[in-house]
Write a new protein. Structure first.
Length: 109
């Protein structure tokens, strides 16, 4: 309980914040580099997939004269496939402690 406002509970104390700070400072520079590279590559790949493949397929279906329901189904199926792939990468990143895989998967979501 917070002594200044009895109905409010503190989520983090100064000890918790200090422990988080210390854990972040304990990460090596190469791991930060892997994290940054994973974020950049994951975001770049997501943009390429989204713009080239998904938007290209949807515009092809629209140009072909396909009705909106099959077009929406195709778009949602591609989105679900990407979500499952990134979820698998995220799970793999928890099994093999890898900053690169984790950030790559998070950027892809």
């Amino acid at each position: 309980m917070n002594r200044f406002n009895p109905g409010v509970t503190m989520f983090f104390s100064s000890r918790h914040i200090q422990e988080m700070r210390d854990s972040l400072l304990a990460i090596a520079a190469t791991e930060w580099l892997f994290l940054a590279c994973g974020l950049v590559l994951g975001a770049g790949l997501w943009l390429v997939v989204n713009r080239q493949i998904v938007c290209g397929a949807v515009s092809f279906l629209k140009a072909k004269g396909t009705k909106p329901n099959p077009t929406a189904f195709c778009e949602s199926a591609m989105g679900a496939a990407i979500l499952v792939l990134n979820g698998g990468l995220l799970y793999l990143a928890t099994l093999l402690p890898s900053y690169f895989l984790f950030s790559f998967a998070v950027a892809g979501f």
